[in-house]
Design a protein around this ligand. Structure first.
Ligand code: NI
Length: 155
């Protein structure tokens, strides 16, 4: 078990584009395990590898008791729209209202390299979009509802 340091605020790595995973080996499994440990310790729902300083297209999600591992994820369908407050472990103590699809379908590889399909609605759709954005160097602050600002929170 290893908790990794989360990159925050103006760390330039957060704006970089992550590379596709081509090799599904022990190093990837270690990365995934560390990401789960780090996410659980922070009590978050989603974490992208770039947030711990690894520029690979890897995301982990902890949602309603389900642990998900999404490698090379792509959104293949978007439906509807939602505007809700969103936060990020890399931008601590802040939140902001974003525009996201109401539901999405995501295609991603698992740790064995097999392609799987995920469907998310509401919070889970936001989470998938938010984490996949991280892989392209985007933050939720790029997706704010027009006229909305990031605000400070208690946590
Ligand atoms: Ni985030």
């Amino acid at each position: 078990m290893a908790i990794r340091k989360i990159r925050v605020d103006e760390d330039p790595i957060l704006r970089k584009v992550s590379r596709k995973v081509e090799v599904f080996d022990d190093r990837l499994f270690q990365l995934l395990d560390d990401m789960h440990d780090t996410l659980k310790q922070k009590d978050g729902i989603g974490l992208a590898a770039v947030q711990i300083g690894v520029l690979r297209r890897v995301v982990v999600v902890e949602y309603e008791g389900n642990s998900m591992e999404l490698i090379n994820p792509e959104i293949i369908e978007r439906e509807g729209e939602q505007c809700e407050n969103e936060a990020c472990l890399s931008l601590p103590h802040r939140a902001g209202k974003t525009v996201r699809p109401k539901s999405v379908k995501v295609r991603a590889q698992n740790r064995n390299g097999n392609w799987c399909l995920y469907k998310g609605t509401d919070l889970l759709a936001r989470c998938f979009c938010h984490e996949i954005d991280h892989l392209d160097g985007k933050l939720y602050t790029d997706r704010l509802v027009p006229g909305e600002k990031v605000f400070f929170t208690e946590d």
